[in-house]
Design a protein around this ligand. Structure first.
Ligand code: ZN
Ligand code: ZN
Length: 238
């Protein structure tokens, strides 16, 4: 592939995946990751933070290439939740395509406000997704919101919760020996995923569908800027 531009277009997203497949990578979601150990492997993960319809497009591109990833879904996001009339069918379609639905938990952040403990709230979130989408959740990843405290990830939820007790099989820290490549806040800190395919054989890739496709950046900025609950200093991060 000549003249690839590392932008956040769907065209480039497809190019990245094709390049990985051509290089012999097995691309899998969290729940099917074990059987692929020992091979060149990308664990492909998406956090649906704010804008669900953009996740559908990513899901379609992947399916057209025979790739099935994990989409982490929030239960009480500020901008969407899975019960919404417009959101539920999108999530269902992603699920029915064969992708994995995982829990993008906010139990640690929100347990105080709900006056319940983290474990109970986590199980409630998990139970809700299982009921409404008629599936078993085996993977979970924590959501870190804009303006999270500096040491937020040091005390991530699975340093507090016992995975087995909450019947979770996979979480991001299970893949510590994998190279972690993320597009967080619209910046590939370590270079675009496509630039890491020659140097790493084991990759955990996190992309946020909110950032991909035409107009995505503007749409996201507007969403954050117009939200009075987001402090001004955090708006500047975008
Ligand atoms: Zn690239
Ligand atoms: Zn998130």
């Amino acid at each position: 592939m000549i003249n690839m531009t590392c932008d956040f277009s769907y065209k480039h997203y497809r190019e990245i995946l094709k390049k990985a497949l051509n290089k012999g990578f097995i691309i899998s979601n969290f729940k099917n990751s074990n059987s692929k150990r020992g091979q060149k492997q990308i664990i492909l993960r998406h956090d649906i933070d704010y804008i669900p319809y953009r996740a559908l497009k990513i899901a379609q591109i992947e399916k057209s290439l025979g790739i099935y990833s994990t989409f982490f879904v929030r239960v009480h996001g500020e901008y969407y939740h899975p019960f919404e009339k417009k959101v539920y069918p999108i999530m269902s379609q992603i699920r029915n395509m064969g992708h994995e639905i995982g829990l993008h938990t906010e139990a640690r952040n929100l347990s105080e406000g709900f006056k319940t403990n983290i474990k109970e709230l986590f199980l409630l979130e998990k139970n809700i997704l299982e009921k409404i989408f008629d599936l078993k959740i085996v993977s979970a990843a924590e959501h870190g919101d804009i303006g999270k405290p500096k040491n937020f990830w040091q005390n991530e939820i699975f340093t507090i919760l016992n995975k087995k007790e909450v019947k979770i099989k996979f979480c991001p820290s299970d893949f510590k020996d994998y190279k972690y490549i993320s597009d967080s806040l619209g910046k590939w800190k370590e270079g675009c995923l496509c630039q890491n395919l020659d140097t790493h054989d084991k990759i955990q890739s996190l992309t946020h569908p909110d950032l991909w496709g035409e107009g995505a950046n503007e749409e996201l900025r507007k969403l954050i800027k117009d939200n009075p609950q987001v402090p001004e200093k955090h708006k500047k991060t975008f």
